[in-house]
Write a protein of this length. Structure first.
Length: 207
């Protein structure tokens, strides 16, 4: 059962109205997509954060828009980089039987393993997938515990673990372990070196 998030209509547009919504602790947004016209809305900020913690970034929300329930996912959002707060949210109404494309983050397990100085290099932080909304994972957890220097994990290594379409080539590397960097030694300077002897003056008064 989807988590319910209450939403209310709002007027479209003016910056002053958007600021009023934010100042009272709400988040302006919009809902669009399956059987839904583009509708400006706002949701309570605290309830939004609570809901996203419960369902995850790609989880399905039952958006209660004035008594009408709409299955939706958080499609995009804008964040204030200074306050670290969400200031706008786009909700995509979805058909639970229809596949959609989404981005899913990649998390690494076992990063703290000693690899003899090898450097873990994560290449892909998000993967594009195609799946019905209920099958989109919160994250791909990639176990790198047993990786050693020179090893890697590719899309092909994880594809069979998931019953969804991963929109990447099998050969694309997700993470690799690189050899430790060797710092070039600076040329040594000879301390207290004797100055070169340019020449000697001869005694022209020798008899």
């Amino acid at each position: 059962m989807s988590t319910v998030l209450a939403a209310k209509d709002r007027e479209h547009g003016r910056r002053s109205l958007l600021n009023q919504i934010r100042n009272r602790g709400d988040i302006p947004g919009i809902v669009y997509g399956y059987q839904t016209t583009n509708t400006p809305i706002y949701v309570n900020g605290s309830e939004f954060i609570k809901t996203m913690r419960e369902v995850g970034r790609n989880g399905v929300i039952s958006l209660d828009l004035n008594g009408k329930k709409v299955n939706a996912i958080l499609h995009e959002y804008q964040e204030d980089p200074i306050k670290n707060e969400v200031i706008h949210a786009d909700f995509l109404a979805v058909d639970m039987k229809q596949e959609i494309e989404a981005l899913v983050r990649v998390g690494l397990l076992g990063e703290d393993v000693n690899r003899g100085g090898g450097v873990v290099q994560q290449i892909l932080y998000e993967l594009s997938v195609t799946a019905t909304p209920n099958k989109i994972p919160e994250a791909f957890e990639v176990d790198i515990t047993n990786l050693e220097i020179g090893d890697s994990i590719t899309i092909g290594d994880i594809r069979s673990n998931y019953d969804i379409t991963i929109n990447h080539d099998d050969i694309e590397a997700i993470v690799t372990v690189q050899p430790p960097r060797v710092e070039e030694e600076e040329p040594q300077t000879q301390e207290n070196a004797e100055p070169d002897v340019i020449g000697k003056e001869s005694n022209s008064n020798e008899e």
